[in-house]
Design a protein around this ligand. Structure first.
Ligand code: ATP
Ligand code: MG
Length: 487
């Protein structure tokens, strides 16, 4: 043990003892003292300071120099072990938040009740959390809810405060073993209380403690299991995966705003397709996107199902190529099968397809908001993107040119391409919209003013197109008048 500064946790709670057998391998380091970690020295792990953010190193060193314990924790240690680039660097310490604040000018205390320290270096924020006591509830923002930990007298004075703990307590409130590794700045060793080092090496996602209890404490852990398994190409340990099916419905009680954040992390981290398959496998999808799950169940091999898969694969490609991705497009993809289903089931009148589609979109986004709260800044452009789909059918006249100028054209066009790739929109139509963008302005005008039969890029009567809303019905194209209908 390092520097003699470890405050041993003496009174192990009974639940912690119960799970000792589950994580038996971890105590092999020092069987006589079950609270001592397996310490992996610097020469036995690949984590190099060269791969740690200089800002995180500064914070670690300053805490250490001030006499505190300071560890890099969580995803950063796990990712560095796996040879990946961590998304962010989180630090755990035995310094209390106000003590951290005193050490850094660029520090702000945040969290619902001011329990995390954020140290800012330019755009980078290093999160410094004080070790938490066992049973510390974690808020959605990963801060601590002190409600259950402070005992106040009638005047609101604090009588007892057992919020903070030692590293030995902190470790047990973490979710997965691979997320519970501590990199010690004192000697660059990794401390492992729960077998996370071996699990990371064997690519296993394993919940710390009794899985059912841990999911009941926080059902979002089911989504985190899926996310990490997909992102890191880990297998979910059989004990960790076993209760998921049964407990999936607990997601229904999670605040929709938190689920929005989790869904974004699931689908915008470069492994959306893998995450999607796992959500389906574990029966979680129907609790996040009930309408999507129902639509897929109805037509598992239909174009809408293909569109979702192609859309997620495209999102993954963009993330890997470092291109921007937006929740607007992602949610359009995830809601499209339900929108189409609602559209098909709607009592629409001929010529009213555009507003029927808008209504279907409205219904689906409204229902979806009860599960995953997509903020308005994404649903408004999403509705525009969807509403533009039937307008792609109308290639003739200046209105086609106006569509090209629409601020959402690019996203709506990308969505059209996706629909064409899924076999739901006409490939020739998509090609026409691809081609017209390449033309100089005067040729664009000529193209849209040509009678349909004379389109250079156009098709002929022998190749009828599918309708813009993907109803699958074929339509006979009239030569005149120039503007087509969608059915
Ligand atoms: P990444 O940042 O790469 O998505 P991460 O593991 O760092 O992954 P964060 O959400 O940043 O995940 O959380 C940091 C750490 O906090 C986790 O590694 C885990 O130890 C702990 N943690 C976060 N959320 C929970 C939770 N819901 N239950 C228990 N522990 C959690
Ligand atoms: Mg993290």
């Amino acid at each position: 043990m390092v520097g003699g500064r470890v405050e041993y946790y003496t009174a192990r709670p009974s639940w912690l003892k119960r799970h000792r057998s589950l994580n038996d391998n971890i105590f092999s380091a020092n069987d006589s003292d079950p609270s001592s970690p397996l310490i992996v020295s610097r020469d036995r792990h690949p984590i190099s300071r060269a791969n740690i953010s200089p800002s995180a190193l500064k914070v670690l060193y300053r805490l250490k120099e001030a006499g505190y314990q300071a560890f890099l924790v969580g995803g950063a240690v796990r990712d560095l072990l796996l040879g990946l680039n961590p998304k962010d660097f989180d630090i755990a310490t035995n310094a209390h938040p106000d003590q951290v604040k005193q050490l850094f000018r660029n520090c702000r205390l945040i969290g619902r009740r001011f329990h995390l320290a954020h140290v800012r270096y330019g755009y980078e924020i290093i999160e410094v959390a004080t070790f938490r006591a066992a049973h510390t509830t974690i808020d959605e923002d990963n801060s601590v809810d002190e409600g259950g930990h402070r005992v106040l007298d009638d005047h609101g004075r604090i009588l007892r405060d057992n919020l903070y703990g030692s590293i030995e307590e902190d470790v047990w409130r973490r979710d997965f073993t691979a997320n519970a590794l501590y990199y010690n700045i004192e000697d660059f060793s990794v401390w492992d209380y729960v077998g996370g080092f071996a699990d990371a090496q064997n690519r296993i996602m394993r919940l710390i403690g009794d899985p059912e209890t841990r999911y009941r404490e926080d059902p979002v852990r089911m989504l985190r299991a899926v996310r990490f398994a997909a992102k890191l190409d880990f297998t979910i340990h059989p004990d960790t995966e076993a209760p998921i099916h049964k407990l999936a419905r607990m997601l229904d009680a999670v605040p929709p705003a938190r689920l929005f954040d989790e869904v974004n992390k699931l689908f915008l981290s470069g492994t959306a397709l893998g995450a999607f398959d796992l959500l389906v496998k574990y029966g979680l999808l129907e609790h996040l996107f009930p309408d999507l799950a129902a639509a897929l169940l109805e037509a598992p091999d239909g174009p809408a199902a293909r569109l979702v898969r192609l859309g997620l694969a495209g999102t993954d490609e963009r993330v890997r190529a470092d291109k921007s991705v937006t929740p607007t497009f992602l949610f359009a993809v995830l809601m499209w099968p339900a929108i189409q289903r609602a559209y098909k089931n709607s009592a629409r009148v001929e010529g009213d397809e555009i507003s029927a589609l808008a209504d279907a979109c409205e219904q689906v986004t409204y229902r979806q908001a009860a599960r995953v709260a997509v903020p308005k800044r994404f649903t408004l452009p999403l509705r525009e993107l969807i509403a533009m789909q039937p307008r792609f059918d109308k290639r003739e006249g200046r209105r086609a040119l106006r569509l090209l100028e629409h601020p959402r054209f690019r996203a709506a066009y990308d969505f059209l391409l996706l629909r064409a790739a899924a076999g739901e929109a006409d490939a020739e139509l998509a090609q026409w919209w691809t081609d017209i963008q390449e033309l100089p302005p005067e040729e664009k005008i000529t193209l849209v003013e040509q009678p349909r039969g004379e389109h250079k890029t156009g098709d002929d009567e022998a190749a009828p197109a599918r309708t813009g809303t993907g109803t699958g019905r074929r339509r006979r194209r009239r030569r005149r008048p120039a503007v087509k209908t969608t059915s």
